[in-house]
Design a protein around this ligand. Structure first.
Ligand SMILES: Nc1ncnc2c1ncn2[C@@H]1O[C@H](COP(=O)(O)OP(=O)(O)OP(=O)(O)O)[C@@H](O)[C@H]1O
Ligand SMILES: [Mg+2]
Length: 250
């Protein structure tokens, strides 16, 4: 049967359940992210908190973008929506040319696991677990030989300059080293995009600079990077700074 014919006649639900089957990594479109009128309202009991009030945004493949803005302006909320950690109240989000609005939980999880990497201010590593095992973790949910998982995790750790610390337990590493393990874990799946919410927020300025140099190198290799930061020095590494205020881009 003509494969195109099969695809066209797949029930919608089946397509939704398996985005990787029809979102190809080699998509020719330049835009990785397109959002239109994205809104997010949180509810505190009866009180509506409009965290995002209509975001229009496009991020192209290979860009390095920083979100800045006052506390409470919606930076983390926006990043969480873009990274599929949360869902919008309304608006559309096209990722790699596919409208993700109808994706079910499984489809979103698959997208998150395969196409997205993220790092946070608090590194979120497993304590008393080696750097290597922390980095290998995202691969353990996939059908992949253990030897290949380890090889990929080792490569990622070498990339962030931690080749000599693979067997160190994460809680015995410095903050900067822990964030480097977190970066290695975030890129071990070779995601299209790496998100970071204040990734240098817990680090001194010298260590923050080391981390930014690693992110810069990853970007120069073609990885799209989106960071939230309060730090103007960190933002200078981005090609584009997007300012948020009261849930809107200004
Ligand atoms: N889970 C939640 N429930 C209710 N309100 C929330 C929730 N998360 C965020 N908010 C509210 O949404 C708005 C935006 O919050 P958000 O965390 O996105 O801001 P931010 O720009 O990341 O701030 P910061 O710089 O302090 O991290 C704020 O008014 C915040 O109080
Ligand atoms: Mg925040």
């Amino acid at each position: 049967m003509n494969p195109d014919f099969t695809l066209i006649h797949l029930p919608h639900a089946a397509m939704v359940a398996s985005p990787s089957s029809y979102i190809k990594k080699s998509t020719v479109a330049q835009s990785l992210i397109v959002v239109r009128q994205l809104k997010k309202t949180y509810w505190l009991g009866e009180v509506a908190v409009p965290a995002l009030r209509g975001i229009n945004l496009e991020i192209k493949k290979g860009e390095f973008v920083a979100f800045m803005g006052p506390s409470g302006s919606g930076k983390s909320t926006l990043m969480n929506l873009l990274a599929f950690l949360d869902v919008p109240t309304s608006g559309t989000y096209r990722f790699a040319n596919v409208n993700t609005s109808d994706f079910n939980d499984n489809a979103l999880a698959e997208l998150r696991n395969k196409r997205i990497g993220f790092i946070f201010q608090q590194f979120y590593l497993l304590a008393r677990t080696t750097a290597l095992e922390n980095v290998r973790l995202p691969l353990m949910y996939q059908h992949m030989k253990k030897s290949e998982q380890l090889e990929r995790a080792e490569t990622a750790l070498h990339k962030v300059g931690l080749g000599s610390h693979m067997q160190h337990e994460s809680n015995k590493l410095s903050g900067g080293q822990q964030q480097r393990v977190a970066i290695a874990r975030a890129i071990v799946n070779n995601p299209d995009i790496l998100f970071g919410d204040e990734p240098t927020g817990n680090l001194d300025s010298k260590t923050a600079k080391d981390i930014m140099k690693i992110l810069q190198k990853l970007n120069q290799e073609g990885r799209t990077i989106v960071l939230v930061t309060h730090d103007t020095k960190v933002a200078t590494y981005a090609q584009r700074i997007i300012h948020l205020q009261d849930g809107l881009i200004v």
